[in-house]
Design a protein around this ligand. Structure first.
Ligand code: PGA
Length: 254
């Protein structure tokens, strides 16, 4: 099966009507312009998930995921949303450890490891996000940062569990900044990540692991990024909120 896909992370954007309209536009353009093999995941906010699942149910290319989930199974955790609830409304994926969660909500690797475990128990596919800050890159700590995020956040999984996961490399300095990683920087880090997966789980799992790039990816630079040997598509923020740019990015998948 192809490793390649494009995902749209809507973050905390779009009211109900806007969300539904965006989905309708994307569905129309996919229908007219995009072949049936492409794989797409949308990550709307919690309140739009159920409707998004319904609206997209006729298009096999699109799956729906949540932007976060609790590490707890159920109970007195006011304001939290469990993996089982996500599953029950038809979600297939969940973002774990987006850099905004790490930075603004203090989610650390250990906590994220718990979230991954909970998500997998409910048969969701975690999309585990990793990435270094500008300070870490300038201090030449980008490789060690990524290695620690993998070792502490996801490499506790066994082979079967790990195969259900997707990785997303999102350098924090590239998210929402308009500064994209260069092709060399992206390929270097994606190859490094795949080499760590190879060391931990072996060549065949490394070969089938999807590693997305995220951070100011748009319809101008997606073609170059997606053509890199170890970049398997993108996790798109800002450019996923406009149907035209998002579908152009999907069309840039080789
Ligand atoms: P961006 O966000 O495309 O707006 O940089 C990517 C992300 O945060 O997933």
């Amino acid at each position: 099966m192809s490793r390649k896909l494009v995902a749209g992370n809507w973050k905390m954007n779009l009211q109900k009507d806007e969300a539904h309209a965006l989905i309708a536009e994307i569905l129309g353009m996919l229908n007219d312009e995009v072949n049936a093999e492409k794989k797409v995941i949308l990550f709307p906010s919690f309140v739009h998930l159920g409707a998004a699942v319904q609206l997209c149910s006729a298009d096999k290319r699109i799956s729906i995921g949540a932007q976060n989930c609790s590490d707890k199974v159920s109970g007195a955790f006011t304001g939290e949303v469990s993996a089982a609830m996500l599953r029950s409304v038809g979600c297939k994926y969940v973002l774990i450890g987006h850099s905004e969660r790490r930075q603004l909500f203090n989610e650390n690797n250990q906590w994220l490891a718990e979230k991954i475990n909970t998500a997998l128990k409910e048969l969701l596919h975690p999309v585990y996000c990793i990435g270094e800050t500008l300070e870490q890159r300038n201090g030449n700590q980008h490789f060690s940062t990524i290695e620690a995020q993998l070792n502490e956040g996801i490499f506790h999984l066994n082979e079967n569990e790990f195969r259900k996961c997707i990785l997303a490399y999102e350098p924090v300095w590239a998210i929402g900044t308009g500064v994209t990683a260069s092709a060399d920087q992206a390929q270097e880090m994606h190859a490094f990540i795949r080499s760590l997966v190879n060391k931990k789980y072996g060549a065949s799992i490394a070969e089938e692991t999807t590693i997305l790039y995220g951070g100011s990816c748009n319809d101008q630079n997606a073609g170059e990024l997606f053509s890199l040997p170890d970049v398997d598509g993108g996790l798109i923020g800002g450019a996923s909120l406009k149907s035209r740019s998002f579908v152009n990015i999907i069309k840039a998948l080789p």
